[in-house]
Structure formats: structure tokens, C-alpha cells
Write a protein that binds this ligand. Structure first.
Ligand SMILES: *Cc1c(COP(=O)(O)O)cnc(C)c1O
Length: 351
């Protein structure tokens, strides 16, 4: 079956007369004793429905978390004390901040790499416990050669985890390339409507699924049942949303390519994120994000509405990200409206 179809039928109650079409939001903190669930930190049918749909799509079993960061925390906890983590220097800012914090605390050691340079990454892998991959990276949009990195990591006995938030399982399925774990900020494309914070880990092996599930039960970064309901509702329409957003992004990237206000247009040829770099850096970029009507200046991404952000406005963003880089999250508005709005703001920079 195709992913579009699987996403429609996954995580439904059995077809029984007068039963609902959707798994309801199960609002309970406890269950009548004697079954498998017992207490709502251990499980909730609203989570399970979402996990079935996402796990099926990635080709593994999903474990839902309260946020993308909570999912990342659970994976990093698999690293033994003092273990080495190899990670992209341009990972999501929160990932880098968490790794740095864990390194400062002596919990693990971290080696940052240019994840698009497979040979250079491979050269750092001896003794590594975990290779963290993010591809495309946020917001530099570098791409990793996932199968080659997985092979090199596994030769050395390291686990491989891939942050698949930007590509989504429709465009990239790292478990099929041999990765051990996938993480998502389900806040982004999976939920898709800028109304939910959620995350997930997906693993192929039962052993890892059990460890991640035990971690969630014990440390308690559980999603709310309403959030998982909304995330599943969003996930069912991901194929149509992504197809439209991706087509619009490709068209916008092509149209923006020669704009004189831009030093660079980065688009990895898939997905719906474009990073543009303004000539003149910070000042024109800050004016651009205040100069539009449709494009909303906001952090986060992957919603139905187009948003954009100068990433270096954050203290945490890496200094190697250009000061004038604006990350565009292309939504579902008409391409001509988005283009017109952006170009009038870019043209106005001249004045
Ligand atoms: C947003 C994001 C995260 C963090 O997810 P939250 O849901 O905000 O906790 C992790 N990785 C990437 C690539 C992201 O864009």
C-alpha cells in the first residue's frame, strides 16, 4: 500500500457498527487495574493511534514524546556515560545546546562535524557511541549521505540516529537505509498547523523501542492525549500538504534565484524550506521580515501558513550561519501571492 493510503487507515478503531471513526481523546490518568496500561504515564490509546501511523510510515515502531527535544533527550540517554557523540555542527540549535550542556556536565563527549562531508565524518568515527545526523540541517540545509554514514558507523559499532523533521518520512526513510533511530519534532510538518508541540522517536529494533518506551515511562516526558490526537489528524493530510508546499517552494526558489537583493538562495531540491541570504547581512534581513503582509515573522516551521525568520536573531544560532540568512517555511498559500509579497518586500530594500 502507498503511504497516502496507509496514513488514512492507520490508527483507527476496528470497523464495528456505532464505533467512532477516530480513536477518541482518552482523558484519564489511570485505568481500571488488571490490564496492560494501568497508569497513563505508561500508555494511552490516543498515543498508540498516532504511533501506529507514524511508525508504519517510517518502517519502525514510534514512541511519542512531549516535544521534539524530549524525543532527542531520550535518544541521547542511550549513550553510555562518557560516550562520544558525533553530530552536525549545524544541527538544530536546541540539539547543539543540549549536547553542549551534557558535555559540560561530563555526561558525554561531542565531536561536531560538517555532516555533508562524508569522508571527514567517517574519519571521526573511531570510538564513537552515537552518530547524530540531521539532513537537511536546520537552517543551513546541508545534506548528509545517510547510507554511507550508516555503513561507516555500524562498522565501528556506533548507533545512528537521524533527525528527520525537515524531510518527513514521505521524502526520506532513514530506517530503510539502516539507521537505528529516527527522531521527529512532530511540532513541524507532522502536525502541520502550528498548534501543537510534540515529538517522536521511531526505532526498528524491539530492543531500542523497549528502551525508549521505558525511558518515557520513567522520565515522564509524555505527550498529552489531545496533542497526539491533533498530531494524528495532521499526519493524515501530510502527503497533500507536503506535495503542495514542496511544489510552491521549488517554484519560489527558482523565481528568487536572480533577485539582486539576495546573495544566495539555498534549496536542497526537495522539501518546503528555503534559506535565503540577504546582501548586506543583518540590517536588510531584519527589514525584510517586517516588510511583508502574508509571510509571518515567526520561529518554527512546517505549518499551513508561510513563516520566515532571520535565524541569527537567536543567541544560540551558530556563528557560521550567515547573519543575513532568512529561513522560509513555505505553506499552502498560492505561489503567486507568496511570490508577490516577498518580492515587493525585497524590492523595497533598495529604497
Ligand atoms: C523544532 C526542531 C526540533 C525541536 O523540536 P520541538 O518540538 O520544538 O521540541 C528538533 N529538530 C529540528 C530539526 C527542529 O526543527
Amino acid at each position: 500500500m502507498h503511504p497516502e493510503t496507509r496514513l488514512i487507515i492507520a490508527g483507527r478503531p476496528p470497523h464495528v457498527p456505532d464505533q467512532p471513526m477516530n480513536v477518541p481523546v482518552h482523558l484519564t490518568s489511570t485505568y481500571v487495574a488488571g490490564g496492560d496500561l494501568e497508569y497513563a504515564r505508561y500508555g494511552n490509546p490516543s498515543w498508540t493511534a498516532f504511533e501506529e501511523a507514524l511508525g508504519g510510515l517510517e518502517g519502525g515502531r514510534a514512541v511519542a514524546f512531549a516535544s521534539g527535544m524530549a524525543a532527542i533527550t531520550a535518544v541521547l540517554d542511550l549513550v553510555p556515560v562518557g560516550g562520544i557523540v558525533v553530530a552536525p555542527r549545524h544541527s538544530y540549535t536546541g540539539t547543539v545546546a543540549q549536547l553542549d550542556q551534557l558535555a559540560v556536565n561530563g555526561r558525554l563527549a561531542v565531536v561536531y562535524v560538517d555532516i555533508s562531508d562524508t569522508a571527514a565524518v567517517t574519519a571521526t568515527l573511531d570510538g564513537a557511541a552515537l552518530v547524530w545526523i540531521e539532513s537537511p540541517t536546520n537552517p543551513a540545509l546541508e545534506l548528509a549521505e545517510i547510507p554511507a554514514l550508516v555503513a561507516a558507523a555500524h562498522e565501528r559499532g556506533a548507533l545512528v540516529a537521524v533527525d528527520n523533521t525537515f524531510a518527513t518520512p514521505l521524502l526520506q526513510r532513514p530506517l530503510e537505509s539502516g539507521a537505528d533511530l529516527v527522531v521527529h519534532s512532530a511540532t513541524k510538518y507532522i502536525s502541520g498547523h502550528s498548534d501543537v508541540l510534540m515529538g517522536a522517536v521511531v526505532a526498528a529494533s524491539d530492543e531500542l523501542v523497549e528502551k525508549i518506551t521505558a525511558y518515557r515511562s520513567l522520565f515522564g516526558a509524555i505527550p498529552g492525549p489531545f496533542e497526539t490526537y491533533l498530531a494524528l489528524r495532521g499526519l493524515r493530510t501530510l502527503p497533500v500538504r507536503l506535495e503542495r508546499a514542496q511544489a510552491t517552494a521549488a517554484e519560489l526558489a527558482a523565481r528568487l534565484h536572480d533577485h539582486p537583493a539576495l546573495e544566495e538562495v539555498r534549496y536542497p531540491c526537495f522539501g518546503a524550506i528555503i534559506s535565503i541570504v540577504l546582501r548586506g547581512g543583518k540590517e536588510p534581513a531584519d527589514r525584510l521580515v517586517q516588510g511583508t503582509a502574508l509571510w509571518v515573522h515567526a520561529t518554527s516551521l512546517g505549518g499551513v501558513e508561510s513563516t520566515f525568520e532571520r535565524r541569527r536573531r537567536w543567541q544560540l544560532e551558530q556563528p557560521t550561519i550567515p547573519d543575513g540568512l532568512v529561513r522560509l517555511s513555505v505553506g499552502l498559500e498560492h505561489v503567486d501571492d507568496l511570490h508577490r509579497d516577498l518580492v515587493q518586500a525585497l524590492d523595497a530594500l533598495d529604497a
